[in-house]
Design a protein around this ligand. Structure first.
Ligand code: OGA
Ligand code: MN
Length: 288
């Protein structure tokens, strides 16, 4: 059973206990809901890291994130997010996703989805914003759709990381080894959902540095235009977290962004798993 979260996107799946093994038809209905609505919320969950991993694996093989220092000790598939400090060390990523982005778009085969679980959530602030990139594509005039379909964008982990370090000096320097692990990649500006074939604008201010095939000036203009267009209020849902919420999202059809909160007064602690991309699904997301 599902309930819509907003006009823009998102549904809540009722009566799911994600700590328990799930029947195949339940997983299939969650995948269908993700395809149709972009994000799925399940409230009132209590998940150990192993249960979170087991539930997430039902959607495909998982992947470790690039930010190794924030992987859970002994459970590298769990990415810890928030402002948690233990023994004087930040054990959670304090500055995740503050620009609109799609997870791991800097990989050749970006993550298919992410499953974020809120353990401690501030009563105000720290909403996560989600934008419907399918609706953003569909709202464009046909000639603009055709124009964007012919363009590709450079996604850069190194450039993102430099920006992050400018905002948060506690982040360690990017070593040349890590930089070499994540060379810049190119993705088309329009991709399609491999199952429904619905087209989405795959644009990502957090990681995109340049649009190829146009002048630098046009690239800058287009990046600004897309950033504005894709995040218009009618495409956006703001999730106000409660402890026990689990939100899954489709990384192709939805962009997202974290928002600030009062870190002096509140603790935020989140666990995320990441569903790995692969060459077959990526190929099927390319327009023919
Ligand atoms: C993420 C992310 C934003 C947030 O988990 O990928 O971008 O609000 N999170 O925690
Ligand atoms: Mn993210």
């Amino acid at each position: 059973m599902f309930r819509l979260l907003s006009e823009a996107l998102g549904v809540e799946a009722l009566n799911i206990d994600a700590s328990q093994p799930q029947e195949d038809h339940v997983i299939a209905s969650l995948v269908a809901a993700l395809d149709q609505h972009g994000i799925v919320l399940m409230r009132g969950q209590t998940l150990s890291p192993d249960e979170h991993i087991a539930f997430s694996r039902r959607f495909g093989p998982l992947q470790e994130v690039a930010q190794k220092q924030y992987q859970m000790p002994g459970k590298p598939l769990v990415y810890v997010i928030g402002n948690v400090v233990e023994n004087g060390r930040a054990v959670a990523d304090p500055s995740v996703g503050r620009l609109w982005h799609s997870d791991q778009s800097f990989l050749q085969h970006p993550a298919l989805g992410s499953i974020l679980y809120g353990l401690e959530c501030p009563p105000v602030g720290a909403d996560t914003l989600f934008a419907n990139s399918y609706a953003a594509y569909e709202a464009l005039p046909p000639d603009r759709q055709v124009y964007l379909e012919g363009l590709r964008a450079v996604h850069s982990f190194a450039d993102y990381y430099e920006g992050l370090r400018r905002r948060d000096a506690t982040q360690p320097m990017l070593t040349s080894e890590r930089k070499a692990l994540y060379p810049d990649v190119v993705h088309p500006l329009v991709r399609q959902n491999p199952r429904t074939r619905r087209k989405a604008i795959y644009y990502n201010p957090g990681y995109v540095t340049q649009i190829l095939g146009v002048s630098d000036e046009e690239s800058q203009l287009l990046m600004r235009e897309l950033a504005d267009h894709c995040t218009r209020p009618q495409f956006v849902y703001a999730h106000e977290w409660r402890a026990g919420d689990v939100v899954m999202w489709d990384n192709l059809g939805v962009a997202h962004k974290g928002t600030p909160f009062d870190t002096e007064h509140y603790i935020r602690r989140m666990h995320r798993t990441t569903i790995a991309g692969n060459a077959d699904v990526y190929r099927a997301s390319l327009l023919q």
